[in-house]
Design a binder for this molecule. Structure first.
Ligand code: GUN
Length: 283
């Protein structure tokens, strides 16, 4: 079994970015800038946002944090996004999800300038991905693709099964795996899938993005499969993935651990997207 080390890979990418960010800063007279918006005090979101800001510091990207209270109105939050769109020194805008109850996140995401949509959640970004046009890709699925590339995991003609159809992970993941050049044959499974175990057992590459601890068991995995676990589930025993790592680790060809797998890659790809957005905006 090969352990797919997302933490180490993310660190490598961050080192690569440092050089590129420094060169861009020399050329532009300013570093790439990322606005990070955290509404309210959700503890998990606070951790994610802290890690994103730290990754910026690491790579030389300038981060600007905005922390409206959970009681902020839809109109006030929309005004903030408009101001961030208009700020020439900000290349990326990230609004941490989920937003507190009462706020319409889709309306907020729709307002973000697609040129600054480093999360890749705007309908224009999703549309461009669907059409196979260049654009900013959602960070988590982009991070999974980067792991597959860097670990030389073959995808052409392979059967990939994605479990979970969220807009943030499952849906874009399926599109990326099916795109020309990657050429996997993709099945997108979800909570209404009939005989999920049988679908999973077909997978040469299984991507689990369900949000239920240890939901994918060893008997659902084909011998020699590659397992990518996107799950981040808080349990009494700490952070757990969607896959039963210990039960399947001797059966698979390669697997990502949780923590230390996909999570750090999401943040690394946010940095990649911010650099890309800066380059595209500044020419
Ligand atoms: N919440 C969970 N994942 C993400 C992500 O990738 N970006 C943002 N903005 N919020 C999230």
């Amino acid at each position: 079994m090969k352990l797919i080390d997302g933490k180490a890979t993310a660190q490598t990418i961050r080192e690569e970015l440092k050089t590129e960010v420094a060169a861009l800063k020399d050329r532009l007279g300013r570093a790439p800038g990322l606005a990070v918006v955290l509404v309210g005090e959700d503890p998990a979101s606070q951790v994610y946002v802290r890690n994103k800001i730290k990754a910026c510091e690491d790579t030389g990207i300038v981060s600007k944090a905005f922390r409206p209270e959970a009681s902020v109105s839809q109109a006030e939050l929309e005004d903030l996004v408009r101001r961030l769109n208009a700020d020439p020194e900000l290349d990326g805008i990230l609004v941490q999800l989920p937003l507190p109850r009462g706020l319409d996140s889709q309306r907020i995401l729709d307002l973000i300038d697609p040129a600054k949509d480093v999360d890749g959640f705007h309908p224009v970004s999703m549309g461009r991905l669907t059409l196979g046009l260049p654009g900013l890709r959602p960070c988590t699925p982009a991070g999974v693709m980067e792991l597959l590339r860097r670990y030389d995991i073959p995808t052409k003609g392979k059967k990939a099964v994605v479990v979970g159809r969220s807009n943030i992970v499952g849906k874009p993941m399926a599109l990326l795996l099916a795109q020309p050049g990657v050429d996997a044959t993709v099945t997108l499974c979800h909570s209404r899938t009939r005989d999920l175990a049988a679908e999973c057992r077909q997978a040469d590459i299984l991507v689990a993005a369900i949000g239920k601890a240890n939901f994918i068991t060893a008997d659902m995995i084909k011998d020699g499969a590659v397992v990518i676990d996107v799950g981040m589930n808080r349990t009494e025993k700490g952070l757990a993935g969607d896959c039963d790592f210990h039960a399947m680790k001797d059966k698979v060809a390669a697997i990502t651990p949780v923590p230390g797998g996909v999570g750090p890659m999401t943040i690394a790809m946010l940095m990649v997207n911010t650099l890309a957005a800066c380059r595209r905006r500044m020419g």
